[in-house]
Design a protein around this ligand. Structure first.
Ligand SMILES: Nc1ncnc2c1ncn2[C@@H]1O[C@H](COP(=O)(O)OP(=O)(O)OP(=O)(O)O)[C@@H](O)[C@H]1O
Length: 250
């Protein structure tokens, strides 16, 4: 049986004359972290948009767990099990950590009768939220306002928000951005443990984290995947060194 959870087939996306995605195919397998890297303007966000549903590809298709999702809305994709975090935080600062995670679950469940019940006492919201916080080692901060959290903890809450929806696959867009070495090391450790349950497509500029975490790396340059392989193969690949890493960093 195939263990492919998410797959892209020959995606193309143009903005006027610019080919922002050029024949991109890749797979995310059960139990792995697949990192997508590339220099600024390589087309990472454009690709993520096509997976998440913000952008429609001109050609090609996207599959999640065997279902084609290419033309589905963002909400339909989320209901089918595509979880994601964002480059820019969308947490409500004055509210507690738990409340933030529960609101995410509520938005997805979106049954109108829920309005009759106070959110904070709704078991169907509380349980998945608490479970997600435990997996991100944040249950001790459940009732703390987000405004009192460190930057690193906020990132953990963002991942917990995605996790509470029990996704089949997670799309993480620069989760390490702005974190110091300590926050970055903590999140790296958490993601390493998480991938066993939920495979992760990781877009990340922090190369140390990428090389530590990724089972597989795809390198995007000018909209095309120029190399795919494990950390060792990518570090050694002369096309990658030239196009992206620079000989000093590799
Ligand atoms: N809506 C748009 N209209 C026109 N051009 C766009 C649009 N969105 C992105 N582009 C262009 O497409 C190319 C790829 O951009 P994209 O943001 O996907 O790259 P990126 O790899 O995510 O870059 P970064 O690492 O800087 O975020 C760039 O040349 C960008 O200017």
């Amino acid at each position: 049986m195939s263990d492919v959870v998410l797959s892209l087939h020959q995606l193309h996306k143009r903005f006027g004359a610019l080919q922002a995605t050029n024949d991109v195919s890749l797979e995310l397998h059960q139990g792995e972290i697949h990192a997508l890297i590339g220099p600024n303007g390589a087309g990472k966000s454009t690709l993520i948009g096509q997976i998440a549903g913000n952008l429609r590809p001109d050609e090609g298709s996207v599959f999640l767990g065997g279902s084609e999702i290419t033309r589905m809305s963002i909400a339909q994709r989320a209901r089918l099990g595509l979880g994601r975090s964002f480059q820019v935080s969308s947490l409500a600062e004055p509210l507690s950590v738990m409340r933030n995670v529960m609101m995410g679950v509520q938005a997805l469940q979106s049954h109108s009768f829920r309005f009759w019940k106070p959110v904070a006492r709704d078991k169907q919201l509380l349980e998945p939220a608490y479970e997600a916080l435990e997996r991100m080692q944040l249950s001790h901060r459940a009732w703390t306002p987000v405004s009192e959290l460190s930057h690193g903890e906020r990132r953990q809450v963002e991942v917990a928000c995605a996790l509470a929806l029990k996704p089949r696959a997670l799309l993480l867009d620069e989760p390490m951005a702005g974190l110091g070495p300590e926050g970055s090391a903590k999140l790296t450790e958490l993601l390493e443990a998480l991938k066993v349950e939920v495979p992760i497509l990781l877009i990340e500029h922090d190369m140390e984290a990428v090389f530590r975490l990724a089972d597989r790396i795809s390198v995007l340059v000018s909209g095309s995947v120029i190399a795919q392989g494990d950390s060792h193969a990518i570090r050694q690949d002369p096309r990658v060194r030239e196009a992206y890493l620079g000989n000093d960093d590799a």
